[in-house]
Design a binder for this molecule. Structure first.
Ligand SMILES: Nc1ncnc2c1ncn2[C@@H]1O[C@H](COP(=O)(O)OP(=O)(O)O)[C@@H](O)[C@H]1O
Ligand SMILES: [Mg+2]
Length: 447
């Protein structure tokens, strides 16, 4: 097993990993935990990434920038003001050999380019590639050029043009801010009035903005994540997020209130999504000179006419990642190195044959105005089959306090989805968090 890790290491790391151990009685090579890894971000997704990376025998040291109190239990957290150039400088000085990026903002800002400029290895797309998430107008353009199935749409930067277009289309209709909006830029409008208000809100602000107006689609929504080295694409297990705050998919849109994995896609659908969506995207970008390396997130609606792309993201989904990574058997560091080194075709991605469910516990007032500073008590020992991934928390003088909208991710693992859900909700019960907002119906649609 050790040698299989060695064979998948890039040359410089392999050289270091194979240093002969003077105390070893065997003649064979000895693998040292040699890689210094940095994880960028501070949410539940990054806690899950750190949890998985920390299990890799390749890792000598794990840093997180800026991390959170949960991450601090397994990684060394370093303060970070958000500047990608400053972080690249720190990483070079510290000898960080692999960086994994959780959130979209640094990717769209060009963190991969900043690290590459210093010869540093980073798992995540360069800025030009991250524009699949950074601009919905850009993403729609790609989908048109590469023949990727998506909702019919039109882009606008002029408010009057947008309003008269909406007059013509009527409702239901979907209005999307083209730029990054932290999950708050989309209005699924059931009335013309709502649609016009959403368009006007975005386009009459002080900053130059663009919107996409698109056809309303219905069907189950599914997330398909994949890793790619720019040539080879390997899909990960499909999952399902729960975007709305309240049970029964009601209430406002949120960053995501829970996820289940794997989502039971009908036979052939995953292959169809790889062939009709992911492969054309990666091949099309490559033909235009953009090599995409990292995670691609395809948000899809499974309509009666087949899968349609709602959007692309340039990173793991949050909370999908928290349900997905506990099921990944393959070493995440090995996987990330295979992607960055363009050796993904050599790697077989293995999964545990279990199911996972993630329930997000949010602060009262989320998403508009979450209460900060409320006490949060986690059990010293999580219930059987439960993982806690922290998000918006901070350490107070006498324990954890809430410090953001989505506070805690409770992940249950089971032999099947009902088992996973049962454990996740047992995990929720074991948490002390008064007035916590969470959905009671995660996964119910599938059941
Ligand atoms: N064309 C559409 N028809 C119906 N619902 C949509 C459509 N596009 C997006 N949505 C809903 O809005 C949510 C957010 O849209 P998305 O394009 O994923 O933007 P973002 O994640 O940036 O907010 C989706 O998860 C989906 O529930
Ligand atoms: Mg989305």
């Amino acid at each position: 097993m050790l040698v299989s890790y060695a064979s998948s290491l890039p040359a410089p790391l392999l050289e270091r990993a194979l240093i002969p151990d003077p105390y070893c009685l065997f003649a064979g090579p000895v693998i040292l935990s040699s890689v210094k890894v940095l994880v960028v971000g501070s949410g539940g997704r990054e806690h899950a990434i750190c949890w998985k990376v920390a299990q890799s025998p390749l890792v000598a040291q794990l840093y997180a920038a800026p991390g959170n109190p949960g991450i601090a239990e397994i990684a060394e957290c370093i303060p970070w003001d958000g500047s990608v150039w400053q972080l690249a400088e720190w990483a070079e000085a510290e000898g960080v050999e692999l960086t994994l990026v959780g959130p979209e903002a640094p990717l769209v800002e060009g963190i991969a380019d900043a690290f590459q400029a210093r010869g540093l290895t980073l798992f995540g797309p360069v800025q030009k590639a991250a524009m699949i998430e950074g601009s919905k107008v850009f993403a729609k353009g790609l989908m048109e050029r590469f023949g990727i199935p998506t909702a019919r749409h039109k882009s606008f930067s002029d408010v009057l043009d947008a309003l008269s277009y909406l007059e013509a289309t009527g409702a239901p209709i979907v209005v999307k801010d083209s730029g990054l909006a932290a999950g708050k830029g989309v209005t699924v409008a059931t009335t013309l009035h709502q649609a016009k208000q959403a368009a006007a809100n975005i386009l009459s602000g002080p900053e130059q903005a663009e919107i996409v107006i698109e056809e309303f689609l219905s069907g189950p929504e599914v997330t398909v994540l994949a890793v790619t080295d720019g040539v080879t694409i390997k899909p990960l297990l499909p999952s399902q997020d729960h975007k709305r705050l309240l049970d029964g998919d009601t209430g406002p849109m949120t960053g995501g209130m829970g996820a289940v994995c794997p989502y039971p896609l009908a036979p052939g659908v995953l292959t169809e999504i790889v062939e009709r969506v992911l492969q054309p995207l990666v091949d099309g970008l490559r033909a235009e000179g953009i090599i995409y390396k990292g995670v691609i997130y395809a948000g899809l609606m499974l309509t009666d006419d087949g899968p349609r792309v709602l959007e692309f993201n340039a990173r793991f989904g949050d909370p999908e990642c928290q349900a997905l990574l506990p099921l990944l058997e393959t070493d995440l560091v090995e996987l990330a190195l295979a992607v960055v080194e363009g050796r993904l075709h050599e790697l077989e991605i293995k999964w545990h044959t279990q199911a996972a469910a993630c329930v997000v516990m949010a602060a009262p007032g989320y998403p508009d105005d979450p209460h900060k500073g409320l006490p949060l008590h986690l059990p010293a020992l999580p219930p059987h089959g439960v993982l806690y991934f922290q998000a918006g928390t901070r350490k107070g003088p006498s324990g954890l306090l809430t410090h953001g909208g989505r506070v805690l991710n409770v992940v249950g693992l089971g032999n099947d989805l009902p088992g996973a859900l049962e454990r996740a909700y047992a995990g929720v019960k074991a948490v002390g968090f008064e007035q916590a907002l969470y959905r009671r119906d995660i996964g119910r649609k599938i059941l």
